[in-house]
Design a protein around this ligand. Structure first.
Ligand SMILES: [Zn+2]
Length: 171
């Protein structure tokens, strides 16, 4: 019973349906298997799954790479995570609360940042992302950018960031 590594490319859209992804058993070619273990790897850009064929009980591993992985973010704490467009949107939304800022402007801002760092093709620090957000937000609304900068300047990792976003949302 060997372990075979498959590489599968999936789009972000399909990610939620990943459990229904069918894989052919390398031993008996059945496509009925169950997942024994799943773990994310490569800083969240891929998922490794241990599977067991329900027909012949062969065990094998699949390696599913997420297609729209943008880049790795290096946080001040030294830890790493995958770039998240949603996180940027959440942060800017909180800073722009009760300001004349439209959701589509925030989405555009996040998309522009995503495109610019995708081109870099290398890990980016969370500070560098913060500076980019700040520059773009300033063009949209000064007050929101000042709020964002006061939060951003002293968050040192994601949990700090989330706490600050939470505080901003309550204001
Ligand atoms: Zn099998």
């Amino acid at each position: 019973m060997g372990s075979v590594l498959f590489e599968i490319s999936i789009s972000h859209r399909d990610r939620l349906n990943i459990s229904v992804l069918s894989v052919r058993c390398p031993s008996c070619e059945s496509n009925d298997d169950r997942v024994i273990d799943s773990r994310s790897c490569e800083e969240g850009s891929a998922i490794r799954r241990r599977r067991e064929c329900t027909q012949c009980l062969n065990r094998f591993t699949t390696f599913e790479r997420i297609d729209d992985y943008v880049c790795t973010i290096e946080k001040r704490s030294g830890s790493r995570e995958a770039f998240s467009r949603d996180k940027i949107i959440a942060g800017v939304l909180a800073a722009a609360k009760n300001r004349p800022v439209e959701l589509h402007q925030i989405e555009e801002l996040a998309s522009e940042i995503e495109e610019s760092i995708r081109e870099l093709n290398q890990p980016v620090s969370s500070q560098a992302i913060g500076v980019r957000v700040l520059e773009k937000l300033r063009e949209i609304d000064d007050v929101a950018s000042v709020r964002f900068s006061s939060v951003y300047n002293d968050f040192s990792d994601a949990s700090d960031f989330e706490r600050e976003v939470d505080l901003l949302s309550r204001e």
